[in-house]
Design a binder for this molecule. Structure first.
Ligand code: IDP
Ligand code: MG
Length: 154
């Protein structure tokens, strides 16, 4: 991976799949110029959910969050590119869709903080931890993309 690029974990949450918004969410990341390097549809088990959201353990919404994220499949992905962690956070919008700007994924498709469609790692350190939680090294494909110099100046 080029030094100026980052990788980040993105989940299309159960509400995104149930509502048929997986394609719309993936399209937005793709159109921005980020590159997918890993992708799978999975049913998250309770153990993985608790590890993924460990920072929120003890909070009032934690049990509901674990219940929700394990209730139906998600699409787990790793996206790569310049500033990928921050770019995905901007594309997602604020945690509460009511506070997310129009044009963001949560601002365009969501109304409720507990049904906010998408997860993105919130820092490079979190991204590293979360990518490793969901994917083995073998599942991450470092593929060349011919359009690259038209997206990022070499
Ligand atoms: P983030 O997804 O924008 O990074 P976090 O603060 O990391 O937001 O919270 C993780 C997830 O927990 C949120 O995406 C949301 O689904 C849920 N959550 C956060 N705060 C609340 C709350 O106050 N009530 C209900 N659910 C919440
Ligand atoms: Mg978070």
């Amino acid at each position: 991976m080029p030094a100026k690029e980052q990788r980040t974990l993105v989940l299309v949450k159960p509400d995104g799949l149930q509502r048929g918004l997986m394609g719309a969410i993936i399209s937005r990341l793709e159109q921005r110029g980020l590159k997918p390097v890993a992708m799978k549809l999975i049913l998250i088990d309770t153990a993985l959910a608790r590890r993924h959201y460990a920072a929120h353990e003890g909070k009032a919404f934690f049990p509901g969050l674990v219940q929700f994220i394990t209730s139906s499949p998600v699409v787990a992905m790793v996206w790569q590119g310049k500033g990928a962690v921050e770019v995905v956070r901007q594309l997602m919008g604020a945690t509460d869709p009511l506070k997310s700007a129009p044009g963001t994924l949560r601002g365009d498709y969501g109304l409720d903080i507990g049904r906010n469609l998408v997860h993105g790692s919130d820092s490079p350190e979190a991204a590293e931890r979360e990518v490793a939680l969901f994917f083995s090294q073998k599942e991450i494909v470092d593929w060349p993309r011919s359009v690259e110099p038209w997206i990022t100046e070499p």
